[in-house]
Design a protein around this ligand. Sequence first.
Ligand SMILES: [Zn+2]
Length: 266
Amino acid sequence: MKGRRVGLTFSLLTVAATTVYAQALDLSAYRMVDLTHALNAKTLYWPTSPTTFKLDSLSYGQTPGGWFYSSFAFSAPEHGGTHLDAPIHFGEGHLTVDRVPLDRLIAPAVVIDITAKVRTDTDYRLTRDDVLAFERANGRIAAGTIVLLRTGWSTRWPDKKSYLGDDTPNDASKLHFPSFGVEAARLLIQERRAAAIGVDVASIDYGPSQDFMVHRIAAAADVPGIENLTNLNLLPATGAVIFALPMKIEGGSGGPVRVVALVPRR
Ligand SMILES: [Zn+2]
């Protein structure tokens, strides 16, 4: 009886070990790309934001004990720099940032490139036809994909006037930059069931937007948005896996996020 029980335990352990090895991720098969702007005194916030990123030194230097020690305190609004919009940002009763499911934040990505279109129209909005053209070239966007929109705007960061289109203090009524269009957002979110949408400009709605319809469509479907991304030029149209893990602010409407892509080395 005792012997049989030991044997059973051993075979369960063998099965568990085999399963672990079969699922191990071979990271040498990927390059890692950082899609995040560093937070500093130049980090851009919405023009109406009352405060920006602040870093105060609490300690910096040699201690009486003879070793070095440094420590800082930071403060920042949730929405600025590379950050996540939780669904509650534009949807009462929808998910707060701490409750966004991990499978919306770690997922395969596609990158739709509109850099050619925005050259002649800084207020360009991704259209439904653009998405369908992307799918004809790259295959249908699968449910659970993080859809990233590349405008090329990150090269303007952190110059407020060229990045946001206007640098009038405390005024968000004259902004100009491209982003998602409403019908493209409906297609990606409601029909394709994207896990999340992200962009290398300050908002998932384009600069002149006054009704923030893309934010509202995403929030209603509990789809988070990722804003102020960079380095999207280093990603393939398909094949990357995105990790976009925001600070876990309980009850928060969003927060700073470190976004990293794993790109297969081919
Ligand atoms: Zn935001």
